[in-house]
Design a protein around this ligand. Structure first.
Ligand code: OGA
Ligand code: MN
Length: 210
C-alpha cells in the first residue's frame, strides 16, 4: 500500500522509494504510469506549437558555441512557466520527487529545469550525453512522454546505451504517461527519427554551482 499520502497532491501515483531503489541499483528507471491522466491531458494541451511564439528551435551547446543543427537535434522547445497552473502542477510533482530522492540517495539535487519538446516528422536527436560542455551540474535526466495513440511505425523511440555507448540497454516507446529517469553523466542516448509529431517534457535535476 501507498503510505505518506498528504493533501491534494498526486502522491498515490508516484512511488518514490521504488524509484530511488532502481536508480541506486541500475542508474535508470522506466515508469509506465507516473502521473494521473488529467494532468497528462493538461500538459499535452500545453505542448502544442500552434502558438509559434512559445516554441523555439532547440540549440546545441551554450554561449558562443550555440549551434542550430537540425540534423543532430530536431525539436522545438518551450521552458515551463511557474506562472502557468498546469506547468506549476507538474513542477510541484517533480519537486516532491527531488526532495524524496535527496532523502534516500543523498544526491544533493538542488533544482529542476525542464522544457516541453516537439520533434517534427523526420527528426530525432543523435546520440549524446546530457551533461553540458564544461559543466557538471546535471545529475538526473527525466523525460515524460505526451503522445496518445502512438503507433509502432511512428518511430521516435529513445535508445539508452550503456556507459561506453557500445550497446543499447533500453528502448523506450514515447507513449503518453511513460517517464524515464536516468543518471545524466552515465548514459548516452538517442532519439530515433520520428514519423509523426512527438511530444515530451525533458528535464534535469541539478546540483548547484558553476
Ligand atoms: C534530450 C533528450 C530524449 C527524448 O532532450 O536531451 O535526450 O526521448 N530527449 O525525448
Ligand atoms: Mn538527452
Amino acid at each position: 500500500m501507498v503510505t505518506g499520502l498528504s493533501g491534494r497532491g498526486y502522491n498515490r501515483h508516484m512511488n518514490i522509494p521504488h524509484i530511488a531503489a532502481h536508480l541506486e541499483k541500475s542508474g535508470y528507471i522506466v515508469l509506465p504510469s507516473h502521473l494521473p491522466g488529467d494532468l497528462l491531458t493538461r500538459l499535452t494541451a500545453r505542448c502544442q506549437d500552434n502558438d509559434t511564439t512559445r516554441f523555439q528551435t532547440a540549440q546545441i551547446g551554450r554561449g558562443n558555441e550555440k549551434k542550430r543543427v537540425r540534423a543532430i537535434r530536431g525539436d522545438v522547445i518551450s521552458w515551463l512557466d511557474e506562472a502557468d497552473d498546469t506547468d506549476r502542477a507538474f513542477l510541484s510533482e517533480m519537486e516532491r520527487l527531488r526532495a524524496g530522492l535527496n532523502e534516500r540517495l543523498y544526491l544533493g539535487l538542488f533544482d529542476y529545469e525542464c522544457h516541453y519538446a516537439i520533434y517534427g516528422t523526420g527528426t530525432g536527436y543523435a546520440k549524446h550525453l546530457d551533461v553540458l560542455h564544461g559543466k557538471k551540474n546535471r545529475i538526473l535526466s527525466t523525460v515524460l512522454y505526451l503522445n496518445e495513440n502512438w503507433q509502432a511505425d511512428d518511430g521516435g523511440e529513445l535508445d539508452v546505451y550503456e556507459k561506453t555507448g557500445a550497446s543499447i540497454i533500453a528502448t523506450v516507446t514515447p507513449v503518453s504517461g511513460t517517464m524515464i529517469i536516468f543518471l545524466s553523466e552515465i548514459f548516452p542516448h538517442e532519439v530515433r527519427i520520428s514519423n509523426s509529431a512527438r511530444r515530451s517534457i525533458a528535464g534535469w535535476f541539478r546540483i548547484s554551482g558553476s
